[in-house]
Write a protein that binds this ligand. Structure first.
Ligand code: PLP
Length: 350
């Protein structure tokens, strides 16, 4: 008998690299190239160091109220966590306890199968069609829950709310989670549908559109009962995960809507410009509605381009996985960064 027999063995999620050296153009983890609202810095400065002797508000009421106000829902319909990864992991634990497999697309956020494994949840991956679109009929099979990102990652492909309504209506006995990490970059959110469908939960994050990946803030919006169940599990695990600076910074970010919209506008404009440039250079790409592009070159293998970029201090993301091993995911940076990328590719591909 060895203690090693009793280990929960898992294959962990692999995040994009965080290179240490200076001068890197970092387009590999979908961070925002612009800083958060100046209101965020002010809010954090107002925190007295002596306040840190106290536990934070475990309900993060300030932040929850700001989000409830912003999204026109009740505070009881909002749950906040340490990044949406925290919110999603707790949601898997809370809602996906049936015997049937949970369903998600075959090409999607690569944390879903990791959480399924760590929580011992059976799962089935539903293949996207050849244009990386969701085949909704695949999600009409009997299941123990559904999770789909919209726009999807790493494809950037946006689906319409009607498709999700069909999936939600076909699954009254399953919780359907829509992971809207990138919805602010041009998609229509499912948040307005949470009162209509009691099996719908929408999850969003401050890491991309709100430029605060380092603060670790994510949230879920659903009906009151689902949020209560999520809190019960959270408070059975670790009640005080949202720290004081996060609560203050997150609240300030939500209140500065003008800055938020301005930042998103800049990213979208740069995205559309970059799409045109990459097409000109012989890339085929999805019509991404996120803050990244998913591209393949007609002649040169993605892996070669990935390595050449890296050698020149431009980091993008590449996966050696079925169906997507000839694609690159490129985060939208500033105009200047994208110009450097385009100039390099223009030379490299010539
Ligand atoms: C980035 C991302 C998340 C998680 O982001 P957090 O930083 O943990 O909030 C969740 N889902 C998808 C699809 C993402 O791309």
């Amino acid at each position: 008998m060895s203690w090693e027999e009793n280990i929960r063995r898992v294959e962990p999620y692999v995040a994009g690299e965080q290179p240490g050296q200076p001068g890197v153009i970092k387009l590999n983890t979908n961070e925002c190239p612009y800083p958060p609202s100046p209101a965020v810095a002010n809010a954090v400065k107002q925190l007295e160091i002596s306040d840190l002797r106290l536990y934070p508000d475990m309900n993060a009421k300030k932040l929850v109220d700001a989000l409830a106000d912003y999204y026109h829902v009740k505070a009881e319909q909002v749950f906040v966590g340490v990044g949406s990864d925290d919110v999603l992991a707790l949601s898997f634990m809370t809602f996906f306890n049936g015997n049937q497999p949970i369903l998600f697309p075959d090409i999607t956020y690569s944390f879903y199968d990791v959480w399924a494994d760590v929580f011992r949840i059976p799962f089935r991956q539903c293949p996207l069609d050849e244009n990386f679109r969701i085949k909704k009929e695949d999600f009409f099979l009997s299941n123990g829950g559904i999770i789909i990102p919209n726009p999807n990652a790493p494809t950037g492909v946006l689906e319409q709310t009607a498709l999700f309504e069909d999936i939600i209506k076909a699954n009254p006995d399953s919780v359907v989670i829509i992971d809207e990490a990138y919805i602010d970059f041009g998609g229509e959110s499912m948040v307005p549908f949470v009162d209509q469908y009691d099996n719908l939960m929408v999850v969003q994050t401050f890491s991309k559109s709100r430029a605060m990946a380092g603060m670790r803030i994510g949230f879920a919006i659903a009906n009151e009962k689902m949020i209560r169940c999520l809190k019960d599990v959270k408070f059975s695990f670790n009640s005080y995960t949202m720290n004081m600076p996060s609560i203050l910074a997150g609240t300030a970010a939500v209140l500065d809507d003008a800055y938020f919209k301005q930042t998103i506008g800049k990213v979208i404009k740069t995205r559309e410009w970059t799409k045109e440039q990459l097409k000109r250079l012989g890339f085929a790409l999805t019509d991404s509605k996120s803050n990244f592009l998913f591209v393949t070159h007609k002649r040169v293998p993605a892996k070669d381009i990935f390595l050449a970029l890296k050698e020149n201090n431009i980091y993008v993301r590449y996966w050696n996985k079925p169906r997507i091993d000839n694609y690159l995911r490129i985060t939208i940076g500033t105009d200047e960064q994208m110009q450097v990328l385009v100039d390099f590719l223009e030379n490299y591909l010539a």
